[in-house]
Design a protein around this ligand. Structure first.
Ligand SMILES: Nc1ncnc2c1ncn2[C@@H]1O[C@H](COP(=O)(O)OP(=O)(O)OP(=O)(O)O)[C@@H](O)[C@H]1O
Length: 313
């Protein structure tokens, strides 16, 4: 079984400093590690600005890494993955949130989907067309989509086109960065269904990036909760939903709208825990005249024990 490992990844962006000669940087990702096994799905969840997209982009080689390693099948690909035609790219692909930016408006759907095939396969024209049609069918689009352009499709259809392009080379890992967050609810479910179906067929793994714990619940086996460039909690999905350890995770969970009736009790419990933790930290903050950052102890990563799960959450 293949695996993709991220080891102590850091991505720091240089920022302007008030002082001459003093360089400052923003730690968008500040030392995260994750081991992804082929066939399993992973969720990366956090608020806007927590560093999720930067992690995804770094894994596929779109960011300059400050420190750390990307290891695929035991091989350090950190430098190689940054090259446009790196052979590792065929196994690690990405879908972006905004399809109007990620699909070139000047290229037809046929050209867009066949691009990775051009770069990595030695197909004849006929073979290439056959494969593109196969991919279109997989994402539920008609043959005549081949000659049409991205603006002629809805947001949901464009994400399906992006999905077809991402899986054209049968990659082992697909990083999906908020792939459905700008779509209507009914369309969201449709795109997720195509993603699931393709996963079953290709046995690939998704790293599903989202700000919404409700969405990743359907898609992932394991979850990492990210806050200010670090993981504050990592573990089995069921465990995290049933028994979140970190106050930040509790806050994200308690913010999920429309919880099923069975989970209202959990909601209430989380709210009580959040209030009590907040009061405690406020008391200790006032007692020792600490810094604001002492208010909530966000620095520690909680590992949730992986227990056998009893039924769906
Ligand atoms: N190219 C860049 N240069 C400087 N700072 C950046 C750059 N890209 C991202 N950042 C900053 O890094 C931090 C993390 O950004 P990132 O986009 O990874 O977060 P995110 O959790 O994916 O949020 P969102 O869901 O809003 O995209 C933010 O503070 C952002 O402003």
């Amino acid at each position: 079984m293949g695996h993709l490992e991220i080891k102590n990844l850091k991505v720091h962006y240089p920022i302007k400093s008030d002082f001459l000669f003093k360089k400052k940087s923003l730690a968008a990702v500040d030392g995260i590690s994750l081991l992804m096994e082929e066939g399993k799905n992973y969720g990366l969840v956090g608020e806007s600005g927590s560093g999720k997209s930067t992690v995804g982009r770094a894994i596929v080689g779109l960011e300059r890494i400050t420190a750390g390693q990307i290891i695929y099948e035991g091989i350090d690909v950190t430098a190689a993955i940054r090259k446009r035609k790196s052979p590792h790219k065929r196994n690690i692909q990405m879908i972006f949130q905004d399809s109007s930016a990620s699909l070139n408006p000047k290229k037809s759907i046929g050209q867009i989907i066949s691009e990775p095939l051009h770069n990595f396969e030695q197909f004849s024209l006929q073979e290439e067309k056959k494969r593109v049609l196969e991919l279109l069918e997989m994402v539920g689009l008609p043959e005549d989509a081949l000659q049409r352009y991205p603006h002629e499709f809805t947001g949901g259809q464009r994400q399906r086109i992006a999905l077809a392009r991402a899986v054209a080379l049968r990659p082992k890992f697909v990083i999906a960065d908020e792939p459905i967050s700008v779509l209507d609810l009914s369309v969201q479910a449709q795109v997720l269904n195509y993603m699931k179906r393709i996963q079953e067929e290709y046995k690939l793994s998704y790293l599903f990036i989202s700000h919404d714990l409700g969405v990743v619940k359907q898609m992932c086996d394991e979850l990492a909760i990210m806050y200010r460039g670090r993981f504050v909690e990592y573990g089995d999905k069921q465990d995290i939903y049933r028994n979140p350890q970190h106050i930040y995770t509790k806050r994200l969970l308690s913010a999920i709208p429309n919880l099923d009736p069975g989970n209202r009790e959990l909601h209430k419990r989380l709210r009580r825990e959040i209030e009590s933790e907040y009061e405690q930290s406020m008391a200790s903050y006032l007692a020792k005249d600490g810094r604001i950052s002492d208010l909530v102890p966000f620095s520690e990563t909680h590992r949730v024990a992986v227990k056998p799960s009893k039924g769906e959450w």
